[in-house]
Design a protein around this ligand. Structure first.
Ligand code: PLP
Length: 392
């Protein structure tokens, strides 16, 4: 099989912005789980921490709140929303917990997930429904081969019941790295009177985001994945009409005295004394991506992910779930692997070849998920394939 030439120019320009310390020989293909921040983002965070550590009174009493609001404003522009509809949280998990705690589910309400949802998200909704004596969340099984958005929408809503109140769906799935047709899912859910909470930690930077355009009720995201913001940065978006029901997991002052919290998101500004530098350095991550160029960034990742998919299919003879089209994936590709020990294979790739790549067991099959960021190039994929050729 011939493979199109991959343009390494972005790699050449940007890869040295990542500092691998003593791990220079590492092949890191897992930005999707934990995306290391580039140097300028690390530096921005360090500067905020230094200001905090040097003069905490000045930092907390005079600097923090306006800086939180300014950082949120930048993030709001980036995801296309009014800043007042957003709050910083530590990660997508925290955001999802806020939604679960705030939904006010009744005992006969039902929650609907897909079988591609992240394990911890399943647990959040299992606990939330169990706590009020409601039914376990329903799980819609998506088709084994997906060719069209309608198939996904049909599969989800054929699993819905008359009491389904909320659909929880990934924007980009975790085990399979599939971009789900969220806009169509929201449209159909609203037509049926259901709300939608989107689990979106893989989307910021990988996809251009327009949250009002998606129309969802809640959006939960991490910024420490594809945006490469500092670890511990994420956001929760809540549509206006649901904001009054949001409760914070940890009640504190909300705003620093003498200010009083007036809006739902004010409650997230001050939740007790903490290091908020990860949030304040989010604008540095947005600046970095803008400097690279959002679309060139995506094209670079997509070309590599396409190459990885093709080489993996060539190696195993197995076909991914979705067609080879940017509608279904961007910088992260999945591929099925022959049956075997997932944990053992992941460990072997790391120990023998210094390759970090997730191997997951999902729906009784073994899968590999390859993430491609600016510091990756074709040679990384070739190294992965060469290693797999030996160990599989
Ligand atoms: C789809 C999905 N949802 C939620 C999460 C949780 O993200 P975080 O650990 O940043 O909260 C992940 C993490 O990989 C994920 O893939």
């Amino acid at each position: 099989m011939s493979h199109a030439k991959i343009d390494d120019s972005l790699w050449e320009r940007w890869h040295s912005q990542w500092d691998w310390g003593t791990g220079e020989t590492l092949t890191y293909l897992n930005h999707g789980s934990f995306g290391p921040p580039p140097r300028p983002v690390q530096e921005a965070r360090r500067q905020w921490q230094q200001r905090l550590d040097r003069q905490p009174m000045d930092f907390f009493m005079r600097t923090y709140e306006p800086s939180w609001l300014a950082a949120r404003e930048r993030l709001a522009q980036f995801v296309g929303v009014d800043p007042h509809d957003l709050a910083f949280v530590e990660n997508a998990t925290a955001a999802m917990n806020v939604v679960a705690d705030s939904m006010g589910l009744a005992a006969d309400d039902e929650v609907l997930l897909t079988d591609h949802e992240y394990g911890a998200v399943q647990r959040i909704w299992q606990r939330a429904t169990a706590a009020i004596g409601a039914r376990e969340p329903r799980v819609a099984r998506l088709p084994e081969r997906i060719e069209a958005a309608e198939q996904v929408v049909d599969a989800i809503f054929s699993a819905a019941g008359p009491r389904t109140r909320l659909v929880v769906v990934s924007h980009i799935t975790s085990p399979t790295a599939i971009t789900l047709p969220v806009e169509a899912i929201v449209r159909e859910a609203h037509r049926r009177g259901m709300l939608v909470c989107v689990d979106g930690p893989h989307a910021p930077a990988q996809l251009p985001l327009d949250l009002p355009g998606l129309g969802c009720d809640f959006y939960c995201a991490s910024l420490h994945k594809w945006l490469s913001a500092p670890f511990g940065s994420g956001f929760l978006y809540v549509r206006r009409e649901h904001q009054s029901r949001i409760v914070t997991p940890q009640l504190s002052w909300g705003r620093l005295l003498p200010n009083r919290p007036e809006t739902w998101s004010d409650e997230f500004i001050w939740s007790g004394t903490r290091d908020p530098s990860a949030w304040l350095a989010v604008p540095a991550a947005i600046d970095f991506l803008r400097q690279v160029g959002e679309e060139p960034f995506r094209t670079h990742g997509y070309e590599l992910a396409t190459y990885a998919r093709a080489r993996l299919a060539e190696l195993t003879g197995l076909t991914p779930i979705t067609p080879d089209d940017r509608q279904w994936y961007t910088c992260m590709a999945h591929a099925p692997l022959p049956p075997g020990d997932s944990v053992g294979l992941q460990r072997e790739l790391w120990q023998r070849y210094a390759i970090e790549v997730p191997i997951v067991s999902w729906n009784n099959r073994r899968w590999i998920r390859v993430s491609c960021h600016l510091y990756n190039r074709r040679a990384d994929i070739d190294r992965l394939i060469a290693a797999l050729e030996q160990v599989l």
